[in-house]
Design a protein around this ligand. Structure first.
Ligand code: GLC
Length: 695
């Protein structure tokens, strides 16, 4: 008999219940905690947030760039490295489970948690998330992929019902979670707070049991979001395995504080907060009166213990981890650099070291670590744009221009890094500095947080006027955009360069200076479409977002992001996949080889510029003779090349038949017979060659 089977046999019913709902961590460090069963040598289980770095109460850890910046690197190997580093830091604090990655599709361009997610594109989200999870779990920490599924908005997040067609679920919203399970063998899945087609995700038997545990053969454990368990019998029957936080309320010192000393007024409070565990006494009663079989409880315990066994919790070889190492610091900087997207550049970049700079921006003297909410991290070290540029430039004049942009926070981690001196913000002083220096660098930012969606895509706090006034006065103007996703850029035609660095984490200013001065090539490509306004997106309509009477209709179906812009023929400000390098690339003719279901596309790429640069070759598939409506093109593969000046290499992208398939609600996954055009390019709109393949 296996160790797990014998443990399940030996556990009393009380002990089984203890294992499947949380309680307070006596050390006060873990976000979620399950006590030990000393009698059977089962150690305690500790869960900790979050996707951008380890958040342990009152402690510090490496603050990596936001997830959307990692996705903008289009580099799964880098994601793997981040996963490993974060696992080491979690182990250093004795934590066993990291509540990451967030892999929800970015459907709403001003979604409050977009910075914690990867992309509008399921394939890119899957590739990056799989790398991240494999890295994390290879270092001995259980990853929890979240928030399963279609948790795409913060407004009304505990009640909103996402009304979605099965085809859209299968082709857009489920694939990242399917990849996490089938490719990365993720140890745990966290359902979202929301409903899908009328049922709360914690109680969703079809999606938890039939799809996730059945079709995808997920053998780990499903852990609820915090107070995200809708019912006892419903959740226990549907396939929820562990309830968090259970009998405690780690935020109570926060939410029960005086309203005026924390801006949590913007964050909706969790619905079930402070109530006792639904998987405690109520579940005992449910088993007692026959509403839930004890066998169902055994299956939950088995899944939990089997996963813990897989990660060595019952042996002694647990790693001790490592915190804030030089390697982790270098990695945080590398991700920030590779995630930086050069949106436009008329040659003003890279800067020369002897260029005098007017650094303008309300928060340019603070690092933009991340957004508000459970993903907040307090780093050991951080570099602001001001400090980063001062390392490079001979002279940097600094002017806020407008008052600092407030940064929403669930805790006070981020608050401590901005000097709240509104008085020194003066537009005129910023304009004068811009007139004086050789080049103005304007650092602007949005404010995003869990629990609330942004108003729209506009920059807050008078920053648009600041950019316009500075651009008018300066010889050369570079804008640095530190955002959680797409932003309106009304002044784009009036400036010389725009760099999107997202929320770049602790290495913010260091990575920014390296990019602006050309020490490194900006390696990023957009993981989201930049429309001209929120109205350009399928969520422009109230019924779609935030929904009416608690129901958000996903009537756009599979036409999300660039798929929608293509169908509508809307010209985006910057298309999905867009990003410039400091050098240029030339593509040769793509060729395709097909061997049964294995398709390989090869295309020669040459660096035709004077500097080494990186290029992300993207392949999109277009079906020529449509049986069902399909997007004009869909990303089906990509690869990253680094080329020296003049160097020519063959990029190769392999596809399998699934890359060409669509989901038919009657027949399931279908690969039509017929011809497909493969579009090879630098973005979803910048196509450099095509090839056809017959299926
Ligand atoms: C939060 C978030 C989830 C987080 C959890 C623990 O409400 O939705 O992402 O991991 O609760 O903080």
């Amino acid at each position: 008999m296996t160790r797990v089977a014998s443990l399940v046999d030996e556990l009393t019913f009380d002990e089984k219940l203890e294992l499947i709902h949380g309680t307070a961590d006596p050390d006060g460090m873990a976000t979620g905690y399950i006590p030990p069963i000393e009698r059977l040598d089962i150690p305690p289980l500790r869960f900790v947030d979050g996707p951008l770095g380890v958040r342990v109460e009152g402690e510090s850890a490496t603050a990596f760039p936001a997830s959307i910046a990692l996705a903008a690197s289009w580099n799964p190997d880098l994601a793997h490295k981040q996963g490993m580093a974060m696992a080491r830091e979690a182990r250093a604090y004795g934590q066993d489970v990291l509540l990451a990655p967030g892999m929800n599709i970015i459907r709403v361009p001003h979604g409050g948690r977009n910075f914690e997610f990867y992309s509008e594109e399921p394939l890119l989200s899957s590739r990056v998330g799989v790398g991240y999870i494999e890295g994390m779990q290879s270092a001995g920490v259980i990853a929890v992929v979240k928030h399963y599924v279609a948790n795409n908005q913060e407004t009304n997040r505990y009640a909103v019902n996402a009304e979605i067609s099965e085809r859209a679920l299968r082709e857009i919203y489920l694939p990242p979670f399917r990849a996490a399970v089938e490719e990365a063998n993720v140890g745990s899945v966290m359902p979202g707070y929301n409903r899908v087609n009328g049922t709360h995700m914690s109680d969703h038997e079809f999606l938890l049991s039939d799809v996730l545990k059945g079709e995808y053969d997920f053998d780990g454990f499903v852990v609820s979001d915090w107070w995200g368990t809708e019912s006892t019998v419903g959740a226990a029957t549907a396939g929820l395995d562990v309830e968090m936080p259970g009998d405690t309320d780690p935020y109570d010192d926060l939410f029960s504080g005086d309203a005026d000393d924390s801006d949590d007024s913007s964050i909706e409070l969790p619905r079930g907060m402070g109530e006792s565990a639904l998987f405690g006494e109520p579940l005992r009663e449910a088993v007692g009166n026959g509403d839930v079989d004890e066998a169902t409880i055994d299956e939950k315990v088995r899944r939990l213990l089997r996963t813990r066994d897989r990660f060595g919790h019952f042996d002694d070889e647990r790693s001790d981890g490592a915190l804030d190492t030089p390697e982790h610091r270098r990695l945080a900087r590398r991700i920030a650099v590779e995630g930086t997207v050069l949106l436009q550049n008329n040659g003003v970049l890279p800067l020369d070291d002897d260029t005098t700079v007017a650094l303008v921006g309300p928060n340019a003297d603070t690092a933009k670590l991340g957004g508000g909410g459970s993903s907040e991290v307090s780093p050991f070290t951080r570099t602001s744009p001001l400090n980063g540029l001062r390392e490079h430039a001979t002279e940097v004049l600094f002017e806020r221009g407008v008052p600092p942009i407030a940064e929403s926070s669930l805790f006070d981690t981020a608050g401590s890094n901005s000097n709240e001196s509104d008085s020194d913000a003066s537009l005129d002083a910023a304009v004068t500095a811009a007139e004086t220096a050789d080049c103005a660098v304007v650092v602007v930012q949005d404010d995003a947080t869990e629990g609330t969606d942004r108003e729209d895509l506009r920059l807050p706090g008078g920053q648009d006027e600041l950019v316009a006034r500075v651009a008018d006065a300066a010889d050369r103007t570079v804008v640095v955009l530190r955002s959680s996703g797409p932003v309106e850029l009304p002044w784009a035609e009036d400036v010389d360069a725009i760099v999107a660095s997202w929320y770049a984490g602790q290495a913010d200013g260091d990575a920014l200076a390296a990019v602006l001065y050309g020490d490194v090539d900006p390696g990023g490509r957009l993981p989201v479409t930049f429309g001209r306004s929120a109205a350009d997106y399928p969520t422009g309509d109230e019924a779609a977002f935030p929904g009416i009477d608690d129901e958000a209709r996903y009537d756009e179906g599979i036409f999300v992001g660039y798929r929608y812009f293509d169908r509508e023929g809307t010209e985006p400000r910057y298309p999905f996949g867009h990003g410039l390098s400091y050098t240029t690339f030339e593509y040769g003719e793509p060729t395709v080889e097909r061997d049964g279901d294995h398709i390989e596309l090869t295309v020669p790429v040459r660096n035709t510029g004077k500097r080494r640069g990186s290029e992300i070759v993207q392949v999109y598939v277009h079906e020529d003779d449509l049986a069902l409506p399909r997007p004009d093109r869909e990303l089906c593969g990509f690869t990253k090349l680094r080329l020296d000046p003049g160097e020519r290499r063959h990029a190769s992208v392999t596809l399998d038949r699934d890359a060409l398939a669509y989901y038919d609600e009657d027949d399931g996954w279908t690969v039509p017979v017929g011809s497909f055009t493969l579009l090879v390019g630098r973005s979803s709109r910048d196509v450099r060659g095509t090839a056809t393949v017959e299926m």
